[in-house]
Structures are given as structure tokens and as C-alpha cells.
Design a protein around this ligand. Structure first.
Ligand code: SF4
Length: 320
């Protein structure tokens, strides 16, 4: 298998200050030793609640943060070994799609110009060629090129997300990080955007990191999935393995929260209580404060992410 992205032991810690310029009072371990690989042409789902560190992982992959420790490789090349010039040249190849594309669209810019903007900024085509390229990605993303001259407010949430995806896609990226790209959309529109992502993978060979708080969403889209809790991966596997045989109590709790249409399905053990403050993660297994199966050992000893059974299935839990 060829991996487009390899993440090894990634850590990103942020100092916590007392006020903007005050004393450093602690350390937020937003990402605390995360490793995974994304296969070329696949969609990798990164799932967790808010505060799990999933967004910080995404931003670190783009080189937007200086990481505290660890390595991110793109096509086998360590991003930290690149000069800023090399990194700039790589930028168009790695794109980010946000939850709310509206916030990144200039309300006074026509959407065709907004989609084409980055092409000119990166000098990837001439002004004369641009219109044809914008029309092409608009069609791929299900937008009518006749709407080139409209403004962002004239579009629905789902169409704006298509505009956001078109802006990324025009740069012919190898890799797109989509951070909660559908959670602001109506359920009926969500499926359309999901289909667009799978078409981009299947027909255009784009590799994705799909970040979501919802396991139900990633089930229909992702090839491989990692579940994060308080800055660490607690379980990772191929999609079918994870849904057929979830082993970590937290994964099981997330799955139990996914609505099901099957009246006979039994609810699995739910997570208890709120996610702890990420700046003060519990000792031992970080999940022990909410885990219905926690034992004395869980409070003391940190479970390591270990291979279990099927290829690529890894779990961090003393009971597994
Ligand atoms: Fe629960 Fe213990 Fe497993 Fe952590 S190690 S998930 S507390 S059983």
C-alpha cells in the first residue's frame, strides 16, 4: 500500500496563560502522541468529541502549527525538513475545507472570482485560462457555471459548501482535510456533500482526512477510521472492522449514540458524564472517569495502542 500521509508520534501542546500576556499556568496537551497513516486515494475518518484534539491534528498536518514533537510525512517527505519556500510550493497540494465556508468567503466577491482567486495567487494559470478552469470545477462540484457572477449570500448552506470545495479543488490537491464539513448542513443536504466527497475520491483520486464528531457520518464515507479521546487515538481500524467489532469502550459508547433504525438493536454501554478538561487529563487511562468498565488498574496504568486480531485494528484498553 502506498501512503500519502504518515503521522508518527505527533504532539501539539499549547501553553495556557493567565490572560493574554500573563504567566504560563499550564499546558494544554491538545494532541499527545498520535500516529496513523492515510492510504493514497482513500478517505480517513478522524472522530471525536470537541476537545479531543482532532482539529489540531488536521491543522498540524497542513503545517499550520509548529508541532511540539513527532513527524508528519507527505509522500514520504518529512514536512519539517522542508524550507519555507518548498512548503509554499507544496501548499496547493494540501487543502482545507471548513465547517462554515461562508466565514471564509468575501461577501463582496463574486463566487467565480472567489473560486479562481487562489489559482492566480499561486500563479498556476493565466487570467485568460482561469474562466475555463473555474467552470470545470463548478461543474464537478454540482454548481452551475451560469452562477459565476453571483454573491455568496445568494446561495444556500449546501451550495456554499460546494463553493468551498470548488475553491480547494481548483488547485488540484492531492490531499484535502475536511473539518466537520457537513455538520452545519441540513440532513438532506449532508448526503449530497458526502456523495461529492466519495466521487472526488473515486473519480479524481483525491485523498481525504475527514474530521467529524459523528461516527454515523463517517460510516458511509470513510475507508479507515481513528477514534480520538483527549488528545490520543483510542482505537483505529478499517471501517468494516470498526463497525462490526468495536472494542474500545469509548468507541462503543459513540456507536451507541448513533441513531439506528433497527428496533431490536440493544443499546451499548454509554459514556458517563462530561469530557474532562483537556489541560488536566486523568491519570492512567484518560477515559477511566467515564468508562463503565474501569478498574483500579485503569486509574494507574496508561494503556498502549496495540494491534489486535485483524490487520490494522489497534486498540488502547487494558480489557482488550
Ligand atoms: Fe475503560 Fe480501563 Fe479500557 Fe480505559 S483501560 S477504556 S478505563 S476498561
Amino acid at each position: 500500500t502506498e501512503f500519502l500521509i504518515e503521522v508518527e508520534g505527533l504532539k501539539k501542546h499549547f501553553p495556557i496563560r493567565d490572560g493574554l500576556f500573563g504567566q504560563e499556568t499550564g499546558l494544554l496537551r491538545a494532541v499527545d502522541g498520535v500516529s496513523f497513516k492515510i492510504r493514497q486515494g482513500s478517505i480517513f475518518g478522524l472522530v471525536g468529541e470537541s476537545g479531543s484534539g482532532k482539529t489540531t491534528v488536521g491543522r498540524s498536518l497542513l503545517g499550520l502549527y509548529e508541532q511540539t514533537a513527532g513527524r508528519v510525512k507527505f509522500r514520504g517527505v518529512d514536512l519539517q525538513s522542508l524550507t519555507s519556500k518548498q512548503l509554499t510550493a507544496l501548499r496547493p497540494k494540501m487543502q482545507l475545507v471548513f465547517q462554515d465556508p461562508y466565514s471564509s468567503l468575501n461577501p463582496r466577491m463574486r463566487i467565480g472570482d472567489a473560486i479562481g482567486e487562489a489559482m492566480l495567487a499561486h500563479k498556476l494559470c493565466s487570467a485568460a485560462e482561469l474562466r475555463g478552469k473555474v467552470d470545470e470545477v463548478m461543474k464537478i462540484c454540482g454548481l452551475s457555471p451560469q452562477h459565476y457572477n453571483r454573491f455568496p449570500h445568494e446561495f444556500s448552506g449546501g451550495q456554499r459548501q460546494r463553493i468551498g470545495i470548488a475553491r480547494a479543488l481548483i488547485l488540484k490537491p492531492d490531499f484535502i482535510i475536511a473539518d466537520e464539513p457537513i455538520s452545519a448542513l441540513d440532513v438532506s443536504i449532508q448526503a449530497q456533500i458526502i456523495n461529492l466527497f466519495s466521487d472526488l475520491r473515486d473519480d479524481h483520486g483525491v485523498t481525504f482526512l475527514f474530521i467529524s464528531h459523528d461516527l454515523g457520518v463517517v460510516e458511509h464515507l470513510c475507508d479507515d477510521i481513528a477514534v480520538m479521546y483527549l488528545g490520543q487515538i483510542v482505537e483505529t481500524a478499517e471501517r468494516d472492522t470498526l463497525f462490526r467489532q468495536p472494542l474500545h469502550p469509548y468507541t462503543r459508547a459513540l456507536l451507541a449514540a448513533v441513531p439506528t433504525l433497527d428496533p431490536d438493536s440493544k443499546p451499548l454501554a454509554m459514556a458517563q458524564g462530561e469530557i474532562p478538561d483537556p489541560s488536566k487529563p486523568p491519570a492512567g487511562c484518560r477515559y477511566h472517569t467515564r468508562c463503565p468498565q474501569a478498574t483500579e488498574r485503569c486509574r494507574r496504568e496508561i494503556p498502549q495502542l496495540r494491534d489486535v486480531g485483524e490487520a490494522g485494528h489497534r486498540v488502547a484498553c487494558h480489557l482488550v
